[in-house]
Ligand binder design. Structure first.
Ligand code: DSN
Length: 404
């Protein structure tokens, strides 16, 4: 076995030499990365700034308060909790804080692009709460708002509505969905794990003004360390804080909170807005390129994208999602197999792939690069070995970034 140091260096090489199109991943800046290796990892700090269960928290308090203030300002939120260890932890804490075990919750169906922490039977959310789900329309792949309204009407006991997705390429109509939930008397929660960077930069409708709670992970489009974050109305602040700690977590990861503060500082800068605009332009360029190459071979779900990802039905290639993921991975092109709505295949195979622009855009890719990436994918799936072309593309991106 390689030593741990060697494995880190191998992983660095892998990340530097592959075109990564996994929609939920990103490259953090050196600034964010540096925070994760600081002495704050040594510190216990159960509690919140000014109210800790340990001494020696004077610098921790300042860092955590800085992250809280930045998150509130960036998202125009009344309250922020920066302690959740992940997006799933953030969701579980939100449920613990605002509903009771056994309560009924309406959320987006996992098989249509939702998330396991939105009531999957094998997740704690599905075990402790009674989730029912809305999905997308078969004909156009868009959220079935009629089904959503019908389920609300038929289930007067719904206490919470959860919106947000892991594999949905279109804009989510938060205000419209929140208005119906409110009419119904339910709380409204948006999980913006995937689109948090786009929301922060004003490139996607923000759910913050219309939501009781907004959760997110911090390592996707917003380009921070692995972790979670919760925003809420101030009326729910103490319920959320108590649900995170002591409700479902012990000591916060102070070094990761420092990384979140660095991420939030970066997301406040004008170049972050430019980045998110380019992410969306790049995803759109990929969607158009797949369609232009062969719309039957690559069926782009919903006909395009509004965000950072493209969902592609690859049935027309004669391969399933798993086979495509493996074949591309062997040539250093990373995507992930993904269920498509109404997928006839099991989730271990799937009929689709999810292709994302956040990572390659961080390297400086623009629309022409994305068209080239799609060509490389098509060549690889047609049996050509494109490894060298992938390397050349990564070298080109790296030297352009160094020059720029
Ligand atoms: N695993 C994440 C994603 O890839 O979307 C969701 O948690």
């Amino acid at each position: 076995m390689q030593t741990i140091d060697q494995l880190i260096s191998s992983e660095r090489q892998r990340q530097t030499h592959s075109v990564n199109l996994i929609a939920s991943e990103n490259y953090v800046s050196e600034y964010v990365l540096r925070m994760l290796g600081t002495v704050f990892t040594n510190k216990y700090a159960e509690g919140y700034p000014g109210k800790r269960w340990y001494g020696g928290c004077e610098f921790t308090d300042v860092i955590e308060q800085h992250a809280i203030d930045l998150a509130k300002a960036l998202f125009k939120a009344e309250h922020a909790n920066v302690q959740p260890h992940s997006g799933t932890q953030a969701n579980l804490a939100a449920y613990l804080g605002i509903i009771k075990p056994g309560d009924k919750v309406l959320a987006f169906r996992l098989e249509h692009g939702g998330h396991l922490s939105h009531g999957a039977p094998f997740n704690a959310s599905g075990k402790y709460y009674k989730f029912i789900h809305y999905g997308v329309r078969k004909e156009d792949g868009l959220i079935d708002e009629a089904e959503y309204a019908r389920l609300l009407k038929e289930n007067p006991d719904i206490k919470l509505v959860v919106t947000g997705a892991s594999s949905y390429p279109r804009a989510i109509p938060f205000a419209r969905m929140a208005a119906l939930a409110r009419e119904h008397g339910a709380l409204f929660m948006a999980d913006i794990a995937h689109i948090s960077g786009l929301v922060a930069a004003g490139e996607h409708e923000s759910p913050v003004p219309v939501s009781d709670v907004v959760t997110m992970s911090t390592h996707k489009t917003i380009r921070g360390p692995r972790g979670g974050l919760i925003l809420s109305k101030s009326s729910l602040a103490s319920k959320i804080d108590r649900a995170v700690f002591p409700g479902c977590q012990g000591g916060p990861l102070v070094h990761v909170i420092a990384g979140k503060a660095a991420m939030l500082e970066e997301a406040t800068r004008p170049d972050f807005k430019k980045y998110t605009k380019q992410v969306i332009a790049n995803a759109k360029a990929m969607a158009a390129a797949f369609t232009a190459i062969n719309a039957k071979r690559y069926r782009v779900l919903t006909g395009g994208t509004d965000n950072h990802m493209v969902m592609v039905d690859v049935t027309g290639t004669g391969k399933n999602g798993l086979e495509v993921e493996k074949l591309l991975g062997e040539q250093h092109l990373y995507v992930n197999k993904n269920f498509i709505p109404y997928d006839p295949r099991p989730n271990t195979e799937t009929s689709g792939i999810r292709v994302g622009a956040p990572m390659i855009t961080t390297l400086g890719a623009v629309e022409a690069d994305m068209r080239k990436v799609v060509e490389l994918i098509d060549k690889a799936l047609s049996g050509e070995n494109v490894s060298q072309q992938v390397q050349a593309m990564m070298q080109d991106l790296t030297s352009r970034k160094q020059a720029g």
